[in-house]
Design a protein around this ligand. Structure first.
Ligand SMILES: Cc1cc2nc3c(=O)[nH]c(=O)nc-3n(C[C@H](O)[C@H](O)[C@H](O)COP(=O)(O)OP(=O)(O)OC[C@H]3O[C@@H](n4cnc5c(N)ncnc54)[C@H](O)[C@@H]3O)c2cc1C
Length: 419
């Protein structure tokens, strides 16, 4: 569907951007019978630079959207295989009652379309190749947006009036920026690059992650991954955080090149086995964008910086924040009390504030090469420690009602300040 004819349209909710965050918001609103318009600048299927990996947290999030996780387009993974110069260790996902015990991999090319079509099927109106150009303000309240087809730059924008707007416009988030949403430079930001390869070597049912990247004998600031895709390719990627020393002088591309060179020659990771270019993108972390709501508008997913600082996982948090936003907007609409929707930043802080606070401190710590060196030398070889770290860093827990590890995790998070 394209931009509607006429110069004005009214809906209950306008969602800007149909990545996982926007599609989840639209899905959870539409299943409650709310009239929702989902505007997406590109057309599906569309590429998104990503590792394409879902932990059990991500699996639970898409399961709540009614996605069939047995679909053969998904590659199932049993856990993480961690690698360093000294250690290779397989860590199965924990067995918990709140989460499944498997993860998934699927290219964003069709994963994002799957989610957007799911929202459409639930009743949302999806407009592709439609850009939200600017918000419409009514006395300081975001009351809609001007949207236009990206195929006709000369066309007059169409004004969409909405009782609520949700900005799910991703890491660049130019739409939300026009309402005053800004990045907090004191909070972490990642940058990562990835490329697909068709190689014979398969990692088996594991997400492989490298904690130390070497350029000859020099330790590079960064981490690498190799994830299996169901069509036989692998997603190879590398990234670094702005808490790492030398962040300013090292690009994601350079870290990626060092990583690809470091892999065993007989894996055949080279130009001839590559498909597509190396693409890179930013990863805003730890709720590093604020405010997460302005009057009339809520901000979800990357646009709010809702990425776990421990592991760079953003898909699960985009979907979860979309579901939270949808539930609050629904309650606000049915009770005719707009204030309920504006509890969103408080609910986000309650849900993630303390945990992300610990995550931000963690990435600051490992930004110091000596701490990182000690971690890879002495931490990685400890199986028990790494099994706990997998739970902690994946935010996979049954909470206070769970086992001893869950209770330890809960106590550690409780000590932190929610911010
Ligand atoms: C290299 C890399 C690897 C990553 N690996 C993983 C991983 O393995 N697992 C994981 O969980 N996370 C990963 N992430 C993070 C993950 O990609 C993001 O957290 C996730 O995509 C956030 O979803 P979103 O819906 O908020 O934003 P996006 O997925 O970016 O979607 C935003 C959408 O909004 C649209 N849009 C933007 N502006 C407008 C506008 N004005 N009008 C209309 N439409 C608009 C865009 O076209 C886009 O479709 C990775 C990120 C990078 C960069």
């Amino acid at each position: 569907m394209t931009v509607p004819a006429g110069d004005r349209r009214e809906v209950d909710v306008l969602v800007v951007g149909a990545g996982p965050g926007g599609s989840a918001t639209a899905y959870h609103l539409a299943r409650h019978g709310i009239d929702v318009l989902l505007a997406e600048r590109s057309a599906f299927p569309r590429e998104k630079v990503c590792g394409d990996g879902l932990t059990p947290r991500g699996v639970r999030a898409i399961d709540r959207m009614g996605i069939d996780t047995d679909d053969p387009g998904f590659e199932r993974v049993d856990g993480l295989r961690i690698r360093s110069r000294k250690v290779t260790m397989e860590l199965p996902w924990p067995r918990l009652s709140a989460y499944p015990d498997y993860g998934l991999v699927r290219t964003r090319l069709d994963f994002d379309e799957l989610l957007a079509r799911r929202a459409e099927k639930a009743g949302a109106t999806l407009l592709e190749r439609t850009e939200a150009v600017s918000p419409v303000f009514d006395d300081g309240w975001v009351g809609g947006a001007s949207i236009r087809s990206v195929d006709d730059a000369a066309a007059e924008p169409v004004e969409v009036r909405a009782r609520f707007v949700v900005a799910a416009d991703g890491a660049a988030s130019r739409f939300a920026a026009q309402t005053g949403v800004r990045r907090d430079p004191s909070r972490p930001l990642g940058v990562a690059a990835r490329r697909y390869y068709r190689i014979d070597r398969r990692p088996g049912p594991w997400l492989e992650v490298w904690f130390d990247l070497w350029d000859g004998d020099a330790l590079m600031p960064g981490y690498g991954w190799l994830f299996p895709v169901s069509d036989g390719r692998v997603n190879l990627g590398a990234g670094l955080l702005n808490t790492f020393r030398n962040f300013q002088n090292v690009s994601a591309q350079r870290v990626f090149d060092s990583f690809a060179r470091m892999l065993p020659e007989d894996w055949n990771v080279r130009e001839e086995t590559a498909e597509g270019r190396v693409l890179s993108g930013p990863i805003p972390m730890g709720l590093n964008r604020a405010p997460q709501a302005v009057p009339g508008m809520l901000v979800v997913g990357d646009a709010a910086g809702a990425v776990n600082p421990f592991n760079g996982e953003g898909i699960a948090y985009a979907i979860e924040s979309g579901e939270i936003a949808a539930e609050l907007i629904h309650d606000a609409l049915v009770s005719n009390r707009p204030g309920i929707a504006h509890m969103y930043p408080t609910v986000l802080r309650e849900r993630y504030g303390r945990y992300f606070h610990v995550g931000r401190n963690f990435v600051r710590l490992i930004g110091n090469p000596r701490v990182m060196g000690a971690f890879t030398d002495y931490g990685l070889p400890q199986g028990w420690l790494m099994r706990f770290a997998l739970r902690f860093m994946g935010n996979l827990t049954d909470g206070r009602d769970g086992d001893a590890q869950d209770r330890l995790m809960d106590a550690m998070v409780r000590l932190a300040r929610a911010s």
